[in-house]
Design a protein around this ligand. Sequence first.
Ligand SMILES: C[S@@+](CC[C@H](N)C(=O)[O-])C[C@H]1O[C@@H](n2cnc3c(N)ncnc32)[C@H](O)[C@@H]1O
Length: 321
Amino acid sequence: MTTHPAPADRTPAHSALTGRALTDSAVTDSPPAGSAPAASTAAPYVHGYSERESRRLADQADTLAALLHEGTAYPPGSRVLEAGCGVGAQTAHLVAASPGARVVAVDMDAESLARARTRLGGRGSAGGGGVEWYRADVRRLPFPDDHFDHVFVCFLLEHLAAPAGALAELRRVLRPGGTITVIEGDHGSAFFHPAGAYAEAVIGHQVRLQAAAGGNALMGRQVVPLLAAAGFTRLRAEPRTVCADRSRPALAEGFTRLTFTPMVAAVREEALAAGLSTAADFDRGIAELYRTAEEDGTFQYTFLKATAVKPGAGESGGPQR
Ligand SMILES: C[S@@+](CC[C@H](N)C(=O)[O-])C[C@H]1O[C@@H](n2cnc3c(N)ncnc32)[C@H](O)[C@@H]1O
């Protein structure tokens, strides 16, 4: 149903699966022995890879950095994997909070990685080596077992048809005792004033279209059960709520106007093509969403931020069946 090309269609499947390195690096390009088998096809990425989407990801990351990155800092010298880094919008905040960490960032889209490299320049990593960027599929990563001290994932699981398989692969490359941090949204958590039935409907269209593309825009509520099922322990979940109203005009602008509403508006053509809405109804829904960013409006949305640990030998926490 989606009109965006699937990454697998734009990327030779072999290079996506083997993780062609975009930088010189000590890390092997070869698929590691014993890695989890990749699913047969990649789910289409519902938001696409346009310049506009790139800007939206940057606005989103910058607007939400204090809310989402608070509490995330890695020690100097630690190896940190960012999975699904996109255009590097979160990577910039990761390296700002952990300037001495050795950050390795992977994404399956080459164009996004090129933008990320430009965005970050030489920033990050102890010794001035900068972030290492890899084109790789999180379902089959080109790294040995137990390679990383920490894994960071933001807005990735919601785009995967099989998030459990990706978490198993991330667990494989994490060392025992290492941490994983996962941040995901959940469109069911959106509350706003003035209320609007058309606004509710367009959010519902976004949820349905993302599901049709193999993803899940209601991922937030599933993060903890997925982490537990993948064998992680010491689970900690924190709701991180955006309250955009006149007391926080920067959030009304950065989140309601520049992040959430444009994301929903971007599925307009797909929603019309799928017969989910008329053009007039869709546009009315988007107008109702923008209306909530005015001075007497409010918009609330809750992200789920979870942390967990890969258990060491002898600790319980094997993958649940
Ligand atoms: C919503 S973007 C989030 C990017 C970044 N984490 C952020 O918050 O700005 C999701 C990213 O996941 C990537 N992605 C989707 N499936 C992937 C897979 N199987 N392996 C690697 N990256 C994937 C997409 O290419 C896209 O760049």
